[in-house]
Design a protein around this ligand. Sequence first.
Ligand code: RB5
Length: 149
Amino acid sequence: MDAVRQEPIVIACDHAGVELKEILAADLRAAGFAVFDLGTNGPDSVDYPDFGNKLAEAIQRGDAKRGVLICGTGIGISIAANRHSHIRAAVVHNTTVARLARLHNDANVIAFGARIVGSEVARDCLKVFLETEFEGGRHERRIDKLTVS
Ligand code: RB5
């Protein structure tokens, strides 16, 4: 994955995702991204909504446009992030889903279940996610309808 410039990207996880976060953050840095690691950083049990919320707030502030979330299944932390209207977080298990999450859903956050996907699969998914552009067209209207007041 090639970042043309030092694009900022935010990454966060709960205790289940620390190891995978380190692996993905290293890939992102190697690809030239400026990685903002929002934690958690150790094995102590934490609550995934705190980290989903932190990441959503960082994107809201403009610290980065895109983000990566990890918990045990990817579900809890993505639900937390998706409660923020500017977040479209997709739980991804394979590269097809990673590509379609960008092409059709313009997902701005990719979420992984560290207890569900292997690290090599996650690494490939992240690469595809970051390299795929939103298709627009008919999907634009559908994305607009995701925002409810
Ligand atoms: C933590 O044990 C686990 O519940 C959490 O990582 C996640 O899988 C929740 O959706």
